[in-house]
Each structure stands twice: as C-alpha cells, then as structure tokens.
Design a protein around this ligand. Structure first.
Ligand SMILES: Cc1ncc(COP(=O)(O)O)c(C=O)c1O
Length: 425
C-alpha cells in the first residue's frame, strides 16, 4: 500500500536529526560485529547494577502490595498517577522550598512528548494566522527538538558566542544576547540544561535573563532538565533548578534508569500545565502507571536522589575525565581542537576549528578506524544560517568502557592529525 499522506503525515513520517543517521550507525555496528568497534554514538544510558537493583526492589514492593491492581488494571487521571504526583509535589516543595499544588504538575509518557505538546500548542499558526515561534536560544541543542513541531518553519535557533581557552583546548558556548530575540512572535522557548549534546550548563543568570525576556509576552520557557538534579543529577558543576514565573521545569526519569518506562514530568504555571494536560488527554490519555508507581517509591524513600548523586553522577563524570585526559595526552598540541567544558550530561562535544573536511566525512573516516561518533551537524535544529562551525563538530557518548574511551580517543587523535596534514582528504 502507498497511502496518500497529509502534510503532517509527510512530515512526521520523516526521521530528523540524529535519528536519521542512526540507521547508518546501526548498519555499521551490525556489519562490524566481528571488529573491535568502539561505539561512542550511543544515547542509551548504561545499565548500572545499583540503579537496576533499585528498580527491581521497587517493582517487588509494588507486586506484593494491594496497590498493584489499581496501578496496572485501571485507567487514571491524565495529569498522572496521584501517589506519584503527591510524591513529586512533596519532594520538590521540601527540597527547593516551593509551594507547588497538584495543579502545577503534569506527568507525561517521557519528556520528548512534553516538548511535542509544548511545540504544537504554543508554536505554529494561531487562529488569526500569526506564526508563533519555538525559540531555541542557544544552538547546538537537543536534536529531538528538530522533529517536535508540526510546523517546522516555527522553529528558530540562535547561534551562541564562544568562550575560548586556546591553550587548554577548551571552550564553552554562551547565549548571544546581542542577537537573541524573544518578542510577540515567540510562542515558547526551549533549551536543555545540562545540554545534550554539549554538556553545557547555562548559568542561573543566563536562564533568568532568558525568562525575563520572555515574561512580558507571556511566553513559557521550558527548561529541559533531563540531566539535571535532583535526579538523575548528571551535573558536574554546581547548578540549581529554577522555578516560578514563566519557567516550566521539565524532567525525565530516562537517565535515572527508567527510559523504558517513559516518564516525563513538567512543573510550572497552572494554566500552561492545564493546556499541556488537555493535549495529552486527546493524544494518549495518560502515561504508564506502572513506571510512576515504582518511581513514587524510589523518590519517597530518598533512594533515587541518593543513587543519582553517589552512583549515576560519579560514573559519567569519571568517564569524562578519562576522555579529557586521553585527549590532552594524545591530541597534537598545535592543532585547533577544542573540547567543550564537561559540565554535565552523558556526552562530550568536540570542535575542530577550520576542519579541512565536513563533520560527516570525519564521521566516515572515524568509522574506518572502528570509532563511531555522531556528526555534530545533527544538533543544530532550527538554525537557518549556514554556519561553518556546524560542520566542524562531533558528539562522543560517555557510555563506553574506560578502555574503549581511551582507545577511541587515541584513534581519533591519529585520524584528526592526518586530516589536518592533508594525508586523509
Ligand atoms: C536533552 C534531552 N531532552 C529530552 C530527551 C528525551 O527523553 P525522554 O523522552 O526519554 O524523557 C532526551 C533524551 O535523550 C534528551 O537528551
């Protein structure tokens, strides 16, 4: 069958961003099953034994409780499973001195879904025909934002400024407030903090400044906190979540060990939450209650926050240290390579200034030596201008073993050296 597709059908049946190259990556991995391929492309978190055990224990507790039937044999409220909503409310009120009510909280089937609701209720054409923008204030950012809008022309991203430390071969992106525009054309603002792919953490001042720019126009600011404290706490630098006003704090339990259960959490302004909730009811009724029931146990006991800080964070932080130490040792000092400051998340981001080939060609060269990275150009959704920098970066995942990361970075150093020498063209 070859059914006619609608405009939305055409669009939603395309894979965007990194998902479009995942096919090439999985074919490479399959074809190279007998080679010692080092896969540094993975976005899937590592299964850490302590984390898996926590979810097993919570599941055993749920199974033996009278709550079980209520959880899996019944529909519930779209807003979320009430005991889970209660636990989130209590935990956040206590932890951050907030005064949240149930109406400030929405549970969604994963946080990706949340951005889809936000992008399509607040971005796109209004009934009067005005195009409302989905503003990404700092590009590069999460590739998944590329596919969330049914009206792709509504997505608009802004180039950052770069803080460079040439001697140390490090850099950091910052929002370029001299360019960033948030005005009556904006529908919502979205950014990740900590950021996938770069590991950047926007400062508190930067977040507040963005929120203040959006506030006069009643524009909600979705802070994608998929890697933030209190869980999974994948921040390697001090950071505090920011609440209130037009900020919608959005979380995910995926990097806290539950990607399969699909749990996203939005905390913020009551009216905005209500709009997202109605969209969710129309779309899929509600998120799975099983995941919410076990997460309620892990959060109420304090175990999840504890494991996040003592197991999940140190695991990835140590991987970043292995990666950066190896790069500092193996990469030629005289080449313009830069590693983004590792402030959080589960990735490292590298920029090769004036790379003599594209990021896609570099990806192909790395494949030849058995290293699978992700070409950086997939991470600039919504950035319309042709910026050379877009084709000079790669993302490396911190999910491989220490030995594999070391070997991978040594191989990368050799390839990059040859590319700059013109030996590989
Ligand atoms: C920054 C960011 N936001 C959102 C998501 C989506 O997470 P989920 O839908 O599993 O909650 C991811 C997944 O990798 C991510 O990296």
């Amino acid at each position: 069958m070859n059914p006619d597709l609608t405009k939305f059908g055409e669009q939603m049946s395309q894979l965007t961003g990194v998902r479009a190259i995942m096919k090439d990556i999985s074919e490479t991995l399959r074809a190279g099953a007998d080679r010692d391929l080092i896969n540094m492309s993975a976005g899937n978190p590592v299964i850490l034994p302590e984390v898996e055990q926590l979810w097993r224990d919570c599941t055993a507790d749920l199974l033996s409780s009278s709550e079980y039937g209520e959880v899996v044999c019944r529909y519930g409220e779209s807003q979320g499973y009430q005991p889970f909503v209660d636990v989130i409310k209590a935990d956040f009120n206590k932890r951050y001195g907030l005064n949240l009510s149930d109406r400030n909280i929405l549970i969604t089937p994963g946080s990706q879904c949340l951005y889809f609701f936000a992008a399509n209720t607040l971005g796109g054409y209004t009934t009067s025909g005005q195009l409302k923008q989905i503003v990404l204030p700092l590009s590069p950012d999460y590739t998944g934002y590329g596919g969330v809008s049914l009206v792709p022309e509504s997505l608009i991203a802004y180039k950052p400024t770069l803080d460079l430390d040439a001697t140390a071969h490090r850099f950091k992106y910052r929002p370029d407030f001299s360019q960033l525009e948030i005005n009556e054309n904006a529908g919502c603002v979205i950014f990740s903090r900590p950021c996938n792919p770069t590991g950047n953490v926007l400062t508190e001042d930067e977040v507040k400044k963005i929120a203040a720019m959006a506030a006069p126009y009643d524009v909600p600011v979705f802070v994608d906190s998929a890697y933030a404290p209190p869980y999974p706490a994948l921040n390697f630098t001090d950071m505090t979540p920011i609440f209130g006003g037009n900020i919608i704090h959005c979380m995910s339990l995926s990097k806290a060990g539950l990607p399969g259960e699909r749990i996203g959490i939005a905390i913020g302004d009551e009216r905005t939450i209500q709009i997202l909730q109605s969209f969710q009811t129309n779309l899929c009724i509600h998120s799975s209650r099983y995941g919410q029931a076990i997460a309620a146990r892990a959060i109420a006991s304090g175990a999840l926050a504890e494991i996040a800080e003592t197991v999940i964070r140190p695991y990835y932080q140590q991987k970043f240290t292995v990666l950066e130490t190896t790069l500092d040792r193996a990469m030629p000092k005289d080449l313009p390579w830069f590693l983004h400051r590792g402030e959080g998340a589960i990735f490292a981001w590298m920029w090769f200034q004036d790379l003599p080939m594209t990021d896609w060609e570099l990806y192909q060269e790395l494949k030849k030596v058995g290293v699978i990275a992700v070409p950086g150009s997939s991470f600039f959704p919504g950035l319309r201008e042709d910026w050379k920098h877009k084709h000079e970066c790669i993302r490396l995942s911190l999910t491989a073993s220490d030995e594999a990361i070391e070997m991978g970075m040594e191989r990368l150093a050799k390839v990059v050296e040859k590319v700059f020498q013109g030996v590989i063209a």
